[in-house]
Write a protein that binds this ligand. Structure first.
Ligand code: TRP
Length: 365
């Protein structure tokens, strides 16, 4: 096997193997006496492309808080340089970053225990990427299914060098702080596989076989993807989502405007009635009910009763988060200090990694 053999990437067998490793890590995190637990380090992140929505709350924020609260060392990245992978400008990245930060803190992420930092504040990540690029082929990058999907979603834009290589950049994110556990959805799995390959190839080619980089594992969540109000994936750009920072009135208005159907009896029928099914699912996430139970409760009330029940479920469920979020958002100096301290901590770790890497490459004068 040459160093650039990538047959281990992207297959079904690789999904099953990732799943099994993820299950093992879940158990280790949950076992206060688990061996090697203290050596785990979590690295995960979000692109600051716009307001975080309720999908983020259920799919990522709550599990990050749970991991942090179990005492696992956690790094959370505001992936600002990744915003321009598939668009022409970063947009209002400051507002998105500080909004994201307010949501992190409101959800219970504690900056004293979790290091929150931004790409742009850790230039060492970009420099690490240079040596990592020598360890991948253009063919494997072009085959990456997530890169392909993201390219397809850009309305005919040409493939930029950054979009093609962002899995390598993401490997640098993870390895710069020696992350060993990467909580992600299934769509991000190819990047974790790529990171594993880079870690192994680095060790083999540049570190004389020493295990300088650990091969990180994905931590897959079983949580359902929270659908948008129209039944499609929830996304800020589609206007089908409910963001965490909306007011109760904005939430009510968004739900009022959402499409449903005119049948009075509310039933859970994801294929036949996708919009109604999504609303039942979202309401159930907040009330702890199954979607069928929500439907039974509403009975013959029609769309109006469904929307009223959904609005109450969401607004009640988010009231505490929103109150905390508003307090943080009203204190920009505090938010800035959280990010400044997180950046400094992450940069210190990444600078040490870059130093080690350059030593192993022989780039030392
Ligand atoms: N690509 C991730 C997303 O779009 C964000 C991200 C950037 C990330 N770097 C990361 C996730 C490192 C996990 C690890 O959601």
């Amino acid at each position: 096997m040459t160093i650039l053999d990538d047959t281990e990437l992207h297959g079904d067998a690789s999904y099953a193997a990732s799943r099994a490793r993820s299950d093992t890590i879940h158990k280790l995190i949950d076992d206060p006496h688990g061996r090697g637990r203290e050596k785990l380090r979590v690295l995960t992140g979000d692109r600051p492309t716009g307001p975080l929505h309720i999908g983020h709350l259920f799919a990522t924020l709550q599990s990050r808080v749970a991991i942090q609260d179990k005492g696992i060392d956690t790094f959370i990245l505001v992936a600002d340089y990744q915003v321009i992978t598939d668009r022409d400008s970063v947009g209002d990245v400051r507002a998105a970053t500080y909004g994201q930060l307010a949501d992190y803190l409101a959800s219970g992420i504690d900056p004293a225990r979790s290091t929150i930092f931004a790409h742009s504040a850790v230039p060492e990540i970009g420099q690490l990427m240079l040596s990592f690029l020598s360890l991948v082929t253009d063919a494997e990058l072009r085959r990456n299914p997530t890169v392909k999907d993201e390219l397809a979603a850009t309305d005919g834009r040409p493939l930029s060098g950054l979009l093609l290589t962002y899995p390598v950049h993401q490997a640098a994110d993870i390895l710069s702080v020696h992350g060993s556990v990467v909580p992600v959805g299934r769509d991000q799995l190819p990047h974790v596989e790529q990171t594993r390959a880079i870690a192994r190839r680095f060790n083999a080619r540049y570190a004389g076989g020493e295990e300088y980089f650990r091969t990180p594992d994905a931590l897959l969540t079983d949580l359902p993807v929270v659908p948008g109000l129209d039944g499609r994936k929830m996304s800020t750009s589609r206007g089908n989502g409910i963001s965490l920072g909306m007011t109760a009135d904005e939430t009510a208005a968004r739900i009022r405007k959402a499409r449903t159907d005119s049948e009075r009896r509310i039933t859970f029928d994801p294929d036949g009635r996708p919009e109604v099914a999504s609303m039942l699912r979202i309401a159930g996430l907040f009330t702890g009910e199954r979607p069928e139970q929500v439907a039974d409760r509403i009975g013959d009330g029609g769309a109006a009763a469904l929307k009223a029940a959904l609005t109450t479920a969401v607004n009640d469920g988010l009231a505490v988060h929103r109150a905390r979020r508003a307090e943080f958002a009203a204190d920009p100096a505090y938010l800035e200090s959280v990010l400044r301290e997180g950046n400094a901590r992450a940069r210190e770790v990444a600078a040490r990694t870059l130093d080690d890497v350059q030593d192993r490459l022989g780039l030392r004068y």
